[in-house]
Every structure is written in C-alpha cells, then in structure tokens.
Design a protein around this ligand. Sequence first.
Ligand SMILES: *[C@@H]1O[C@H](CO)[C@@H](O)[C@H](O)[C@H]1NC(C)=O
Ligand SMILES: *[C@@H]1O[C@H](CO)[C@@H](O)[C@H](O)[C@H]1NC(C)=O
Ligand SMILES: *[C@@H]1O[C@H](CO)[C@@H](O)[C@H](O)[C@H]1NC(C)=O
Ligand SMILES: *[C@@H]1O[C@H](CO)[C@@H](O)[C@H](O)[C@H]1NC(C)=O
Ligand SMILES: *[C@@H]1O[C@H](CO)[C@@H](O)[C@H](O)[C@H]1NC(C)=O
Ligand SMILES: *[C@@H]1O[C@H](CO)[C@@H](O)[C@H](O)[C@H]1NC(C)=O
Ligand SMILES: *[C@@H]1O[C@H](CO)[C@@H](O)[C@H](O)[C@H]1NC(C)=O
Ligand SMILES: *[C@@H]1O[C@H](CO)[C@@H](O)[C@H](O)[C@H]1NC(C)=O
Ligand SMILES: *[C@@H]1O[C@H](CO)[C@@H](O)[C@H](O)[C@H]1NC(C)=O
Ligand SMILES: *[C@@H]1O[C@H](CO)[C@@H](O)[C@H](O)[C@H]1NC(C)=O
Ligand SMILES: *[C@@H]1O[C@H](CO)[C@@H](O)[C@H](O)[C@H]1NC(C)=O
Ligand SMILES: *[C@@H]1O[C@H](CO)[C@@H](O)[C@H](O)[C@H]1NC(C)=O
Length: 520
Amino acid sequence: MGLLSQNFLPKCLLFLFLPYFLTRCVSSGQQPCLYSERSALLQLKESFILNRSASSYSKADTWKLEGWVGGDCCSWDGIECDNNTGHVIGLDLSSSFLYGSFDSNSSLFQLQHLTNLNLFDNDFNGSEIPSAIGNLSKLSQLDLSFSAFSGQIPYEVLHLFKLVMLDLSYNNNLSGEIPESIENLKSLSHLDVSYSSFSGKIPNSLANLTQLTYLSLAGNGFTPSTLPWLDRLTKLAVLNVDSTNSRGDVLSSLKNLTRLAVLRLFRNQFSSPIPSWLGNLTHLTNLDLGLNQFWGLLPESIFTLIKLEFLGLEENLLNGTYKLESFLNLKNLRELQLSDNRFSLVTTTVMNATVPKFTILTLASCNLLEFPNFLSGQDELAYLNLSRNKIHGFIPKWIWDLSPQTLEVLYLSENFLTGFQQPAVVPPWTTLRVLDLRSNKLRGSLPIPPASIYQYFVSNNLLKGEISSMICNLPYISVLDISNNSFSWHAATMFGQSEQVAFTTKTPKQQLSWPYSSNM
Ligand SMILES: *[C@@H]1O[C@H](CO)[C@@H](O)[C@H](O)[C@H]1NC(C)=O
Ligand SMILES: *[C@@H]1O[C@H](CO)[C@@H](O)[C@H](O)[C@H]1NC(C)=O
Ligand SMILES: *[C@@H]1O[C@H](CO)[C@@H](O)[C@H](O)[C@H]1NC(C)=O
Ligand SMILES: *[C@@H]1O[C@H](CO)[C@@H](O)[C@H](O)[C@H]1NC(C)=O
Ligand SMILES: *[C@@H]1O[C@H](CO)[C@@H](O)[C@H](O)[C@H]1NC(C)=O
Ligand SMILES: *[C@@H]1O[C@H](CO)[C@@H](O)[C@H](O)[C@H]1NC(C)=O
Ligand SMILES: *[C@@H]1O[C@H](CO)[C@@H](O)[C@H](O)[C@H]1NC(C)=O
Ligand SMILES: *[C@@H]1O[C@H](CO)[C@@H](O)[C@H](O)[C@H]1NC(C)=O
Ligand SMILES: *[C@@H]1O[C@H](CO)[C@@H](O)[C@H](O)[C@H]1NC(C)=O
Ligand SMILES: *[C@@H]1O[C@H](CO)[C@@H](O)[C@H](O)[C@H]1NC(C)=O
Ligand SMILES: *[C@@H]1O[C@H](CO)[C@@H](O)[C@H](O)[C@H]1NC(C)=O
Ligand SMILES: *[C@@H]1O[C@H](CO)[C@@H](O)[C@H](O)[C@H]1NC(C)=O
C-alpha cells in the first residue's frame, strides 16, 4: 500500500486492483463511478429488452462488469460522470434499441445528479412519461423524442426549472394540451413538441419563454390559434409552426425576429401580403410559406435573401409576373416550390454555370410558355413538376440529359406537348419512378418509360398504333394509365379491356410521397 497516499485511499479503495482505475484516479484526478449508480444503470439495462438484430450495436452493450474497464460505469458508452464527484451527470441512450415499459419505479430515477438525459429513438411501448422525472431536478437537457411515449405531459416535468432543452417530438401518441405553466421553464432555449398528438390551444404563455432560440410546434392537432405573442421571442433562430391550424397575420409579429434562419409556416391559414421587410431577415436559409393564403405581390426584397436553401411559396394566392431568373439568382437554393399561385413566371436565357443545382423544383401552374432552358444543366434533380403550364410543341432533346442518375419524379401533365424532339428507345433515367405525361397532345406510338418506373400516366393524348410488348416487361410497374388514346384494337385486347385502359397491377413497393420537404 506504500504506493498510495492515505488521502487517496477512501476514494479509490473499491477499484484498487484494476490498473485502469489507478490511471483514472491518479493521473487524471477523475473519480470512478459510484457503486450505487452503477447498480442503478445495470438494473436499468435489465428492465428493457434490447430489440435488435445481431449486427446492430446498442450503447448498453458496453454496460457490464467484465473486462478491463468494466467496473467503472463512467467509461461505459453513453455515460458522462462529474470528474470531481464521480456522479453520473449525463446519460445518452439514444438509438439503443430499448424496448419495454418505462415506469416511475425505474432505477433511472436514482441518478439524481443527471443534467443531461437523452432517450431519443427507443420504444417505450406507449408508456406515459414517468412522473418521477420530476425528481431529476438538475436536468438541463431532456430528449424523449421518437420513443413511443403516450399520455399527457406530467405536471412534474413543468417543475424542472433548470431545463434548457426539452424535446418531446415524434411521439405519435403524446396528447392533451401543452399547459400554460410551460412558462415556468424560464431557461428554455430549445423547445420541440412537433409531430405528436397535442391538442387544444397553443398557450400564449410561450411568450414568456424569451430565451427560446428554437421553437417547433409543428404537426399537432391544435385548435385555431393566432400567434401575435411571437413578437416577444426575439432570440428565435428556428421557428416551425407547420400544420398547426394557425391563422391570422403572423408575419407582422416577426419583424423584430432578425435572427431567424428557419421560418416554417407551411400548411396553415395565414393570410396577409408578404411584407417587403421580410428581406431584412437576412439569416434565412429555410423559408416555407406554402399552403396558406398569402396574397398580393411578392416583394423584390425576397430575392435578396441570398442564404436561402429552401424556398416554398406553393399554393397561396400570390399574383403578379416574375422573372424565373430572379429566383435563380439565389445561389444557395436547392429546393424551390412555386406551384399553384396566381402569378406568371417568364423565362429568359440564363447561363447554366451560374444557376444553382436543384434537387426539388415545382413550377406547376406558373403560366410557363416554354421549358426553362436552365434545366438542361441540372444534373441533381430528384423531383420536377411542370404540370398545368402552357408549354407547346416538342419536349426538347436535352430532356434525356436531365439528371439521369437522380431524377425520381417527372410531371409534365396538362400542357400542349406534341412529342419528343428526339425519341429514345430506352430513356436514360435510372431512378425514375413516376412519369406523368397526361393530358397533352402527344402523337405517334406509346413512349416506353425506363425500367425503373413504378407509375406511368399517359392518358388523354393522341397516341396510336400498337402497344409495344416492352410495356409488359417493366419489372416494377404498379400503375399504368394509357386511357383516352387511339391505340389499335390489337393493343387493347392485350390488356383484356376496351380502349380505356387504366389499371393497377402490383402493389407499389414503396409509398410514394412527394415532394419531399426538407427537414431542418
Ligand atoms: C423489434 O424490432 C423490429 C425491427 O426493428 C421491429 O419490426 C419489431 O416491431 C420490434 N419489436 C417490438 C416488440 O418492438
Ligand atoms: C472530465 O474530464 C475529461 C477528460 O479530462 C474531459 O474530456 C471531460 O470534458 C470532463 N468532463 C466534465 C463534465 O468536466
Ligand atoms: C407492450 O404493450 C403491449 C400492449 O399494452 C403489451 O401487451 C406488451 O406486453 C408490452 N410489452 C412489454 C415488453 O412491456
Ligand atoms: C415497476 O412497477 C410495475 C408496475 O407498475 C411493475 O410491473 C414492474 O415490475 C416494476 N419494476 C420494477 C423494476 O420494480
Ligand atoms: C397509439 O395509440 C393507438 C391507440 O391507442 C395504438 O393503436 C397505437 O399503436 C399507438 N402508437 C404507438 C406508437 O404507441
Ligand atoms: C423522488 O423524490 C422524493 C422526495 O425527494 C422521494 O421521496 C422519492 O422516493 C423519489 N422518487 C424516486 C423514484 O426516486
Ligand atoms: C408572462 O408573465 C407575466 C409575469 O409573470 C404575466 O403577468 C403574464 O401574464 C405572462 N404572459 C403570458 C402571455 O402568459
Ligand atoms: C421592434 O423593436 C423596436 C425597437 O427595437 C420596437 O420599438 C418595436 O416596438 C418592436 N416591434 C415589435 C412588434 O415588437
Ligand atoms: C429593414 O431594413 C431597412 C434597411 O436596413 C431599414 O431601413 C428598415 O427600417 C428595416 N425594416 C424593419 C421593419 O426593420
Ligand atoms: C393582385 O391581387 C390583388 C388583390 O389580391 C389585386 O388588388 C391586384 O390588382 C392584383 N395584382 C395583379 C398584378 O394582378
Ligand atoms: C404536380 O403539380 C400538379 C399541379 O399542381 C399537381 O396536381 C400534382 O399533384 C403535382 N404532382 C406531384 C407528384 O406532386
Ligand atoms: C447547359 O449545359 C448542358 C450540359 O453541360 C449543355 O448541353 C447545354 O447546352 C447548356 N445549356 C445552355 C443554355 O447553356
């Protein structure tokens, strides 16, 4: 024992025989974990089933007594200890395949020194959030998202006064109202309750959480609310109220929120013109005003928001005439959604090299008279919708160069297209799943889609002749609509039907949901 000083003994006695602990205790001054907390963690692990395949890794795999470092729970994956006291202060069990119910008697609540608890992405099988969580009074970060919790937010959570971050998102069964007393959590800077089943009014008391930099209420079944109190949350960098049944003139409350980088108002009943001062929110990277009732002219200032990566304006009542080029000057744009307003877009010849590379572009019902020529240089598009425009004549030959490795959905329906300028025997797209050429003026024989296709619509055209047997060899096709054309009798009998051919064969392998909306 001569090696160790008397002072040192009490702290490290338990671990005396393991060289690792000597290293921890002597050289770094760090304390190994407490025996009682280690037992609590082992008990916690025992209380769940690790539901996973043999090859997948759970952080709890390292939680065991055997091995070189086994005894010191501070060295286990997902555990952080206070270096001075050895208390467990951080527990990160995110994506750890935990399955089973989670109750107030869980040994987790013995870890009274926790400041950071992350249980994101597990399956607590519809458990209610245990009220004993209120005992973890030192918590500053609490992430319970995507973990199959249900029931109401327990009163005890609203007494965790030190919380800086609270994430309850993506529990499709957390329900009830967000209580007004949420305002107790004065230190909150990050609050996320999105995509759960909350109802009732959005509490006005959120106005008192003036430290918030991140607020997401999206995707809950709230009753109609107006959000005038947002004007007090001047530190917000991220505001997401997508699909919250909100209404009114929200924009006028956002004037002083000059730090906003993400502003998502998608799918609500907001109604007002878009004010020109919106151009003052120069940090915006993600602006989604889609599916609302914004009306009037777009202010020129919107074209100065050069940091924008996502701009969604679709399905509003905006009017006027704009150069498509103005949008293309936003060099960081990757997704642009302008469909279904009351405005017209005029195309000009722009240099390929200066145009951003889009992944999603929706320009349906924009009164376009021709294919925008900048598309010829786009090689990263996944989704393009040019439906319901006034495009006449041939589909240009460069269409075959349009993102052959990435394009998944191409909508050209309801135009005045007569055919392909340069027909291809086998289209080059390797990933195309949906092709819509409906309601045009296509002549000649049935264009054959690429082998990757799931859904092919070409009804209401002037196609004729025999239908190539290649159509029958498409391996993934699940929806084929070639009705209202003039195919020969022979072609029609191929499908055992009359000239009207519209049918479904196999079940689609994947649910198609487009357009993808960018998440933050
Ligand atoms: C276990 O995991 C598999 C694959 O992730 C999942 O399909 C199954 O539903 C899970 N079982 C339970 C009981 O959660
Ligand atoms: C404890 O010490 C380690 C190593 O020196 C350091 O990386 C870690 O941040 C410290 N933890 C705390 C909570 O101070
Ligand atoms: C999960 O919940 C179901 C339904 O309440 C129950 O039958 C099952 O036993 C629970 N599984 C576990 C591991 O608790
Ligand atoms: C916790 O309580 C539940 C019933 O509420 C019981 O089924 C479970 O076994 C208890 N767990 C522990 C670790 O005591
Ligand atoms: C949500 O609740 C419903 C009905 O109680 C149940 O059928 C469903 O499985 C639950 N979902 C989850 C993720 O627990
Ligand atoms: C919570 O704290 C109270 C009072 O400090 C204590 O009586 C109770 O046992 C604690 N509950 C748990 C689950 O630790
Ligand atoms: C904010 O807090 C103050 C003081 O506690 C209170 O008077 C006010 O009603 C609160 N505001 C809202 C909108 O709840
Ligand atoms: C915005 O800030 C200015 C001064 O900083 C203040 O006078 C004005 O009342 C604020 N507007 C709103 C809507 O809060
Ligand atoms: C927007 O910025 C301009 C120029 O900096 C300034 O004059 C104007 O007052 C600002 N508008 C608002 C509403 O802050
Ligand atoms: C745009 O719509 C507003 C009313 O919503 C109307 O007053 C205005 O004349 C329209 N402007 C154009 C250019 O169509
Ligand atoms: C393309 O736009 C048209 C017109 O708005 C719409 O009806 C159609 O659903 C869109 N296609 C897809 C795949 O979103
Ligand atoms: C755009 O680039 C493509 C491929 O680099 C080229 O074939 C096409 O001619 C260019 N179009 C214009 C308008 O410059």
